[in-house]
Design a protein around this ligand. Structure first.
Ligand SMILES: O=C[C@H](O)COP(=O)(O)O
Length: 249
């Protein structure tokens, strides 16, 4: 039985002061639920959120990690640095990193291996097609290819502990949500590839989220799809009440 998991991805939003204000308000709204939840924040806000959410079930996630422990990698953050803060999750391979920062399936694969082999930090692996690929009817081929390449050489028990987020690029921050059927169909495709690459047990255990313009108004119909276990929420996770309404879908 998979527990629903709703995570916020703040991207490059919120200063420390704004993160504290969010956390104070969110803590007053948050009631323990059967839904797992987390906020993936900019690096400089991770310790603030860890402190603010101490004693609650609200997880804290980073949005990237380097695959080396240390070195001359200006601007990067390593796994030991994240472990020191005690983060619970880490987004890997978000389409914005693939698009603007040259993230490739190869580096995504190295980062996943780093997290899974050397920490308890749960990766949230993002995959998804762009508009051109969707219009050409290539979405399944693109997403299947990403899953195969990103998970290459990763063992079944590790995959079973991960989260995969299907995020069609054309639905991110555009207000254009994939229909629940489109989202459910692609999450089923991902589960199918996992079953083919691994086994039924791994496929039953892996959590698959949908991300792309999720908001309180559409959360219920998205979460009601059988193959969708949760959501990765960008814009709507910046506002405590909206994020809480999504968690209470
Ligand atoms: O990681 C989150 C996604 O990119 C979705 O962002 P959005 O909810 O603002 O469309």
């Amino acid at each position: 039985m998979r527990i629903p998991f709703i995570a916020g991805n703040w991207k490059m939003f919120k200063t420390k002061k704004e993160a504290k204000e969010f956390a104070e308000e969110f803590r007053t709204l948050y009631k323990d639920t059967d839904v797992r939840t987390a906020i993936c924040a900019p690096f400089t806000q991770l310790d603030t959120l860890k402190e603010a959410f101490a004693g609650t079930n609200i997880g804290v996630g980073a949005q990237n990690v380097h695959f080396e422990d240390e070195g001359a990698f200006t601007g990067e953050i390593s796994l030991p640095m994240l472990k020191e803060i005690g983060v619970d999750y880490c987004v890997i391979g978000h389409s914005e990193r693939r698009q603007y920062f040259n993230e490739t399936d190869e580096t995504v694969n190295l980062k996943l291996k780093k997290l899974l082999n050397e920490s308890d930090i749960v990766p949230i692996l993002c995959v998804g097609e762009n508009l051109e690929q969707r219009e050409a009817g290539r979405e399944k081929e693109i997403v299947e290819g990403q899953i195969r390449a990103d998970l290459a050489g990763i063992a079944a028990d590790k995959v079973a502990s991960m989260v995969i987020a299907y995020e069609p690029i054309w639905a991110i921050g555009t207000g254009k949500t994939a229909t629940p059927e489109q989202a459910g169909e692609m999450c089923a495709v991902i589960r199918g590839v996992i079953e083919e690459l691994y086994d039924e047990d791994t496929c039953d255990r892996v959590i698959i989220q949908y991300g792309g313009s999720v908001k309180p108004e559409n959360a219920t119909e998205i979460m009601n799809m059988d193959e969708i276990d949760g959501a990765l929420v960008g814009g709507a996770s910046l506002i405590p009440q909206k994020f809480m309404d999504i968690i209470n879908f």
